[in-house]
Design a protein around this ligand. Sequence first.
Ligand code: HEM
Length: 487
Amino acid sequence: MTDQTAAGPLTTEAGAPVADNQNSQTAGAGGPGLIQDQHLIEKLAHFNRERIPERIVHARGAGAYGTFTVTADVTPYTRAKFLSEIGKETEVFLRFSTVAGNLGSADAVRDPRGFALKFYTEEGNYDLVGNNTPVFFIRDAIKFPDFIHTQKRDPYTGSQEADNVWDFWGLSPESTHQVTWLFGDRGIPASYRHLDGFGSHTFQWANEDGEVFWVKYHFKTDQGIKNLTSEEAAVLAGQDPDSHQRDLRVSIENGDFPSWTVQVQIMPANEAATYRFNPFDLTKVWPHADYPPITIGKLELNRNPQNIFAEVEQSIFSPHHFVPGIGPSPDKMLQGRLFGYGDAHRYRVGINADHLPVNRPHATEARTHGRDGVMYDGRHGGAKNYEPNSFGGPAETGRPLWEPVTVTGTTDGHATPSHAEDDDFVQAGNLYRLMSEEEKERLINNLAGFIAQVSRDDIAERAIENFRRADEDYGKRLQTAVQALRG
Ligand code: HEM
C-alpha cells in the first residue's frame, strides 16, 4: 500500500493530477456545470456508494486484533494445530457488537453483546461467533427471523414496540432463561472490556485418534464484570453514544490491553444421550458442577484497526469456518447459522469478501478453484481452475475436519428432543433463585418497566405467566410491579 499521508499531488481515482479541488467547472463564471468535470463526477459518484448494507443484526460494533495463547494441554481432546502446544500463540481479530440497534445506535443499551472471534490459524481461519451470554432466546433457527423482527422496527410505527417483543417472548416460553439473564444486572455491560464471552453453542472437538468430545467455550474477563444500571445507561447513551467503542480503542492506545481467560467445558461424546439436559439445546447451560470449566488459554487484545470500514465493517465471521479437530454439534440453531452467515456475507460484502485483508487467512493461504466475481484480484494467475486435473495444484486431503455423527429416524419437522430435566423454565428459575434480594429487585423493575408498556392485557399476562412458571415468587412480584405501573 502507498503512503497516503505523504506530500504530493492530489489525483483522480485513475492517478492523474487534480488541478482544482475547490471549484467545480462551469460554462463561464456563474454558468451551469460541465460534464467534462470528471473529478467532480467521480467524487459525487464515489460518495454515493460509500456504504454497504449494514449487518441485519449486530450492525453496531467495534473490533481489535490480538493474540490467543495456549496455557494447557488439550491434545487429548482436539487435534486443532493452533491448540497443540502450551505457549503457542495465534493472531486473532475480535468484533464486539450490540444486536438490535442500527449502525449508528448507542452502545449503552440493554441488549446481548456479540463476541465474534477470528483465530488466524495455520490450518485456516477458525471463527467462534458467540455472545456475552451462555444461552439464547430460542432453540430453532426457523424462529430467528421472526424473533429479530420483534426486536427491530415495527413495519407501521418504525420503532421497536413493547407489544411485539413481549408477544413473541410470551408465546416462546423457551426465551424465559435468556430474558431473565438480559434484564438482570449483566444486561447492560459498562464496556466491551468488562464482559465475559461465550461460544454459547455446543461444538465438537475430536482428537488425533478420532475420539469425540462436546465442548462449550467461556471467555472470562480479566478486567472484572462491570455493568450499568438502566438509569446510568440512559444518561450515558445520550451523552456518549460511542462509549463502548471509544473505551476499547483508547484502552488499547494506552497500552492497557484487555484480556480474557479462556475456558472450556468438556463432555465425552457418550454422555450426551443420557445427560439430564439436552446438551445441544441453546436455551440451557451445562451447570459447572456437572462439567467444570477447564482453563486452556489467554486472549489479549493489543492492536486497533487503522480503518474502521475496511477492517470492522467489512469483517466477516462465519460459524461454519472450522479447522481440523473442531466442528459443529447437531444444535438446530447452530445448524441454521452454518448457512446464514456465508449467505449474509455474499450479500453484504460480496463473493470475494474473504479476500480482504481482515478476512483472509494470515497464517496460511486459501487455495481454491473458486474464481472471478465482482472485485476479483486475479490472485490465482493462470493456474487451472478445476480439479481433478493433470497439472498439479491443490488437491483434497481425504480427511474430514470433524468426525461423523450417527443419526437415526425419519425426516420431519421435529422439536428438539427433551432430556429428563428439560423444560423451558427450570434454569430460568435457578438463575432467579441465585440472585441476591437487590438483584431480584432490579430485575423485577427492569422487566416491569418494559412489560408495562404493552398495550394489551392478554399479551402482558402471558409474558408474566412464563416468569411465574420459572418461580412463583418471581411471577407474583412481577405481576404486582406491572400492575402498579399500569395503574
Ligand atoms: C439461527 C440463528 C441465527 C441466525 C440465522 C443468525 C444470523 C446472523 C446474521 C445474518 C448476521 C449478520 C452477519 C453479517 O452480515 O456479517 C449475524 C451476526 C452475528 N450473530 Fe447471529 N444469527 C443467529 C444466532 C446467533 C447466536 C445464537 C449468536 C451467539 C451465540 C449470534 C451471534 C452473532 C454475532 C456475534 C454476530 C456479529 C458478527 C460480526 O461481528 O460480524 N447469532 N447473525
